[in-house]
Design a protein around this ligand. Structure first.
Ligand SMILES: [Zn+2]
Length: 152
C-alpha cells in the first residue's frame, strides 16, 4: 500500500465515522464496559479477619461443593481437572478479605500459587459465580462475598 492509498483509506474511515457517529459511541461504550470488567474489584480495607486460615472442615466443604475439582478455569480453556488441596481466599486475606465460606474457592496447588495475593477483577468474580451455578449443590449460594459488612 503506497502513502496515497493509505491516506485515502484513512479519509474513508474518518468520513464513515463522521457520517455515522453512533459507531464511535458504540466503541466508547464497549471500551468502558471492558475496562470496568478488567479492573480489580474494590473493597480493600485495613481491617484483617482475626482468623487467617480456613479450618480443615471448611476446606473439605469447599472441595466437596466444587465436586472435588479445582475451580480455576482459563478464559479460553476447560476447567482445571486437578484435585483441590487448598482453600483459597478469593479476595485476599491480606487485603481485608474475610475467612468465610463465601470467600473461599477450592484450588489445586498450581493455581493457588499462581493466584497468590492478587485482587480479583470484576470479570473473575462474575465468571466464577456463573460457572458455580453448574456444579455447586442447589442449596449452596454461588455468590462470592468477602466484605465484613455482609452476612455469610
Ligand atoms: Zn487447578
Amino acid at each position: 500500500m503506497n502513502p496515497e492509498q493509505l491516506l485515502s483509506s484513512i479519509q474513508a474511515v474518518i468520513g464513515l465515522l463522521l457520517d455515522h457517529p453512533w459507531i464511535l459511541l458504540s466503541i466508547a461504550v464497549v471500551t468502558l464496559v471492558a475496562l470496568g470488567l478488567a479492573s480489580p474489584v474494590g473493597g480493600a480495607t485495613e481491617i484483617r479477619d482475626p482468623r487467617r486460615t480456613f479450618t480443615a472442615a471448611e476446606r473439605r466443604e469447599a472441595f466437596e461443593r466444587a465436586g472435588l475439582r479445582c475451580e480455576h478455569k482459563p478464559l479460553l480453556w476447560h476447567r482445571c481437572t486437578n484435585t483441590p488441596t487448598q482453600g483459597d481466599h478469593i479476595y485476599p486475606w491480606s487485603r481485608g478479605g474475610r475467612t468465610a465460606m463465601s470467600n473461599q474457592q477450592a484450588l489445586c496447588p498450581f493455581h493457588n500459587s499462581r493466584k497468590s495475593g492478587s485482587v480479583p477483577t470484576r470479570m473473575y468474580i462474575l465468571r466464577l459465580q456463573l460457572r458455580r451455578r453448574r456444579y455447586f449443590p442447589g442449596d449452596v449460594s454461588p455468590r462470592v462475598e468477602w466484605r465484613f459488612s455482609a452476612a455469610g
